[in-house]
Design a protein around this ligand. Sequence first.
Ligand code: SF4
Length: 401
Amino acid sequence: MLLTAPLPMIENEWRTDIMILSTYIHIPFCEKLCHYCDFTKFFYEERMADEYLQALAKEMSFYLKDKKHPMRTIFVGGGTPTALNLKQLEYLLKQIDDHIDVSSVLEYSFEANPGDLNEDKIKLLKSYGVNRISMGVQVFDDQLLEDLGRLHRVADVDQNINHLLKNGMNNISIDLMYGLPNQTLDSFNHSIEQALSYDLPHYSSYSLQIEPKTVFYQRHQKGKLHKPPEEVEAKMFELLIDKMSKSGKLQYEISNFAEVGYESQHNLTYWNNQYYYGFGAGASGYLPGKRIINLRPFPAYVKEATRSGQPILHIDEIGKKEQIEEEMFLGLRKRAGVNKLEFERKYHRTINELYGKQIEELIERDWLEETTEQIKMTEHGQLFGNEVFQRFLLEDGDFDE
Ligand code: SF4
């Protein structure tokens, strides 16, 4: 989509006129904390959420001041944005509407927990232009949901999807997890089939990662948590790709599947290594030459956002070398891979000049393939994603700034 509206600008010490057309907003409240989760999140409490939303409004006002900014995508994630009550949700939507020209937004997503979306919330979201819901379903198995520490149950998924469809909200995505303790290939197969029975336009599926400071991590350390063996997990991934493709949901990124035209435009911003704002506790934004990481603890975020509008923990300078590495790591996640001409246009060097040897070696292993226009991972190579990405780290001196 071409936007003809004036360019948004950041009016502070790193002022620039480069277009930033995506915004991520983090709402860190959950009604229950899942055993595997290391996101920034807090128990939902009405007063805390009120305070947070006011601080968030200050942060947005700092970066998006004076006028409504054109934007291509908005993603409100968490935490659980739909854990907010109706009044808070309306306040948040109104703040977004005050700073962003929602009529210019192509994709406006909200993350939701099954069980949270009643008719009033759905109608409210729709009335402010939200046009996509991403639902954290995880598995269609009540026992596994209990084991994960999730609040919802399978019946909630059905009820919420029906409410959404009844209200004309068809652009729905479901998240599934695999590689879970006590999850078999058969039980994952059942979850995929249940998910596909709704014939939704988009699905994501991630394997469980055991992250520090989680309940699962502690259990794992004590030898009390066992993930399925690696070969079973690899089979789960292959099953996922097979089932999705047979149902017309094309894999467009390692973990994401969609009908043509329903690929997540917001997430493509990340994989295309494009700029975006990140607002909220623990959020990160990518602005020209800088990655800005926000404060994570609730009091620190609220205090600093309220005081200065800049609740920053630290800023990473992103030079050309890092930009190129990220272009490769992120771009190779997409099935389409990295476009060679686009790379040359951005960095004034060809991919082959910088990575010729690595590409040749990875093609020999059947982990990469090269066409006249693209460099991309093979289906086999996807199983070794991290090893592939590591090959694209540059040595100092490989690229002169
Ligand atoms: S609902 Fe989501 S954000 Fe909240 S604890 Fe569970 S996984 Fe984490």
